[in-house]
Design a protein around this ligand. Sequence first.
Ligand SMILES: C[S@@+](CC[C@H](N)C(=O)[O-])C[C@H]1O[C@@H](n2cnc3c(N)ncnc32)[C@H](O)[C@@H]1O
Length: 244
Amino acid sequence: MVNVHIHQFAPDGAVVDANAMEQFQKQWGAYQKLVDSDVLSHQAAGATLHQVLAGISRPFTFLDIACGDASLTKRALAGTKGSHYHGIDLSEPAIELAAKMLDGVPYEVDLDHEDFVTALEQRPEPADVVWCGLSIHHLVTADKLELMKAIRGATGIAFVLYEPSRRDGEDREAWLRRFLGAQEPTWTTLTPEEHQQIVHHIETSDLPETAADWLDLGRKSGFARATQLFVDPTDGLRIFRYDV
Ligand SMILES: C[S@@+](CC[C@H](N)C(=O)[O-])C[C@H]1O[C@@H](n2cnc3c(N)ncnc32)[C@H](O)[C@@H]1O
């Protein structure tokens, strides 16, 4: 793995989202099955991100916040001018999978086993493109705004965000029932126990904003322009692009 460098976070590093992180570490296997069966539209999300990256005509640096196994971003970066990849994740199994996934890619890779809030606050220089997939919706709105302000400071060209989103006027309870109603029948590869774990995780941890509020959070964070790029077939997940 000559191109991949792994950095461990300081043992006393603060973890803002400790509960969600602990639950997620337990549920990595089940989540991986959902990624592999593409029920959360990782293929289409990767293609959407690829389109953004393919539009950059000079070498660019890329930051993957809560990178997971980096499978989506590896596909999105293929054939682009990406010259450096920096992935951050608090889950050790995720960092190990990302290291294997990115072994041998034609760009340098740094992987930080760290809390993303701490990492972003301490980041010395911006990355050209910042991506975050399915990872900041556990934060309450005020913490999302603080994090997105830090992301704005860490972004050179654009930030692209893939997250659960409520319809305008839809409350969290209605989103939960609609989202789970569309998703659950598609989780055919999960065991009953894994199925229950994921439902429990979504019901207790997911705090989706409405599409209008996700866009507004970007503008309040200091991005000059906020646009929606993608809606998944269940209309429960969306991709937003924020330009500096
Ligand atoms: C649902 S997964 C998404 C992974 C990947 N981005 C994707 O789209 O498939 C959420 C990821 O966020 C990571 N995570 C959760 N809270 C975190 C935090 N505070 N700091 C860093 N990573 C975190 C988890 O370990 C997990 O890998």
